[in-house]
Design a protein around this ligand. Sequence first.
Ligand code: NDP
Length: 497
Amino acid sequence: MNKEHFSVPNKPFSYKLFIDGEWVHAKKGKTFSRESPAHNTTVGIYEMADAEDTELAIEAAHKALEEGPWSKMSGAERSKILIKVADLIRENAKELALIETLESGKPITQANDEMEWAAGNWDYAATLGRHTKGESYNSLGEDMLAMTVREPIGVVSMITPWNFPLLIVSQKLPLALAVGCTAVIKPSEFTPGTTLKLGELLTKAGVPSGVVNIISGYGDPVGVTMTNHPKVSMVSFTGSTKVGKLIAASAGEKLKKVGLELGGKNPQIIFPDVNLEEVVDAVVFGVYFNMGECCNSGSRILVHDDIADELIQKVKEKSQQVQTGDPLDPEVKVGPIIHSEQKDKICSYMDLATSEGAELVLGGNSDENEAYVYPTIYDKVTPNMTIAKEEVFGPVLSIIRFSTLEEAIAIANDTLYGLSASIWTKDIDRAMVFSRKVKAGTVWVNTFMSGYAELPFGGYKESGLGREMGAYAIDEFTELKTIQVHIGEKTNWWLNK
Ligand code: NDP
């Protein structure tokens, strides 16, 4: 692992809006800034776009879609450019990772990994550019041949959150570009840096002007305009279930397509017939990775009664080794919480856990003057407690005990979410029964939080709508057109019958 030490730059990074291939100021001349949650210093200054800037970005994307060349290029030509973007992300990974750590507070080693995963998504999308295809129908009678073709859905609005800024935009943008769409992107107001930097890389790689437009600003008015505008055909959103529902409702009024990747309350079910060391590692990684600010966070452990005490003791011991502190220190595994409201939200869940009767095993504390919440474990959580059902988005683990598979499945499914779930057992029947019955978009068996660009990702229930990644992304970002071709002289037209 790269153990290089980084430091806070002397002056903040500064960015403009990326509209129609140009770097421009916001029309009203306003800016906003971001303080590093760990260092109490300004690390980014951004243009504050409003509805007018957003409309310009959408118009540019629409013009690029209608006029080309991007939407009219061959898949092979687009693929070459997407591969160049992947290479450029890797070449610039050090700077991109630094920006993400400064803005989000995530440990620098995790930011570095994220850059590689993001680049991998661009590599993968390049393979799809050449596989956008439909079907043919040759069994409709001698005088008829029909086919379906896939066409880019149009201008896609992409609204992204603060927890994995470059990775999440890279779960949407390269796939949409691969099939010929154009895009307008709004990163979170807390972490716009790497998404704006991506604009520079896209230009270098040869993405034509107007194909991708990136604007910094607030959810209202920027995100709202991106959702309502008539020239936007699809809204692809990752973030809270609350905002996801607002977007679905307003996109629904105009019958726009939506892709929603929302929250999760992901259970890991642990049976006694496992190697506990492997499981403990997965539990600790699953809950503290990215400070628990992760839709896939393994924040809910369901452990079999027979091994509960032993597992909890081991998880506690390992959690005590997890270093919390300055995210620029490569030894640190848990950095600061993104902002004070999020920290307060996590603390209020910890208060609720105690008042509802959960037993504190470790942590439960935060530093009043700093942005840190220390690794926290609650035992004796029952399925009806708030901490067992709601997304905490912090380094807080809830442990629920169970005795049968049926009970574990019922508890696993007893939330509004359904993003991911995992089971640890060597019994294949048990693993498959669980995999079939759990209501989750992704199920892991004897592993946790692995992800591949080839595999679709998304959630059941209030965890979202649609799927990202994998070849399925072609369906997400295209319209399906049916073409029917009559062959030979038409003799059976109804007027001549
Ligand atoms: P939000 O859902 O509020 O923000 C996500 C994105 O949506 C941001 O770019 C935000 O803009 C934008 N946005 C906000 N309001 C609107 C709107 N009305 N129309 C269009 N876009 C809008 O998430 P938060 O950052 O507030 O986090 C709150 C909670 O959401 C967390 O505690 C966590 O539980 C969950 N969450 C889930 C994530 C996931 O990966 N599924 C990621 C992040 C959060 P702006 O930057 O201006 O706020």
